[in-house]
Design a protein around this ligand. Structure first.
Ligand SMILES: [Zn+2]
Length: 95
């Protein structure tokens, strides 16, 4: 059972979390839309609503925006790769 340190209640694996880890001396935070999809074992996991209560809604929204930007870059990269494959395929069909 994973418990949120801010409220002491259990975290639901199918819901969003804020996760924290150490990078050198710095503590980093990130938003994850589904706890069960995390491929690491974070040092600390909390409910977004508890994190917002402690650090403010803006802090949570910034982490969500960072996550969305990363996803967006991923989708663009995928789109670009598909387009280059299509071009290569069309060129090889012309040969
Ligand atoms: Zn909580």
């Amino acid at each position: 059972m994973v418990v949120c340190p801010l409220c002491g209640r259990e975290l639901d694996g199918s819901r969003a979390v804020i996760w924290e880890w150490h990078q050198g001396d710095e503590v980093r935070q990130a938003y994850a839309p589904f706890m069960e999809d995390l491929r690491t074992s974070p040092e600390r996991l909390s409910h977004p609503e508890c994190y917002a209560e402690r650090f403010g809604l803006r802090a949570v929204l910034e982490l969500v925006a960072e996550h969305d930007q990363k996803e967006r870059r991923g989708f663009w990269k995928m789109w670009y790769e598909i387009e280059s494959l299509k071009k290569r395929l069309a060129a090889s069909e012309r040969e």
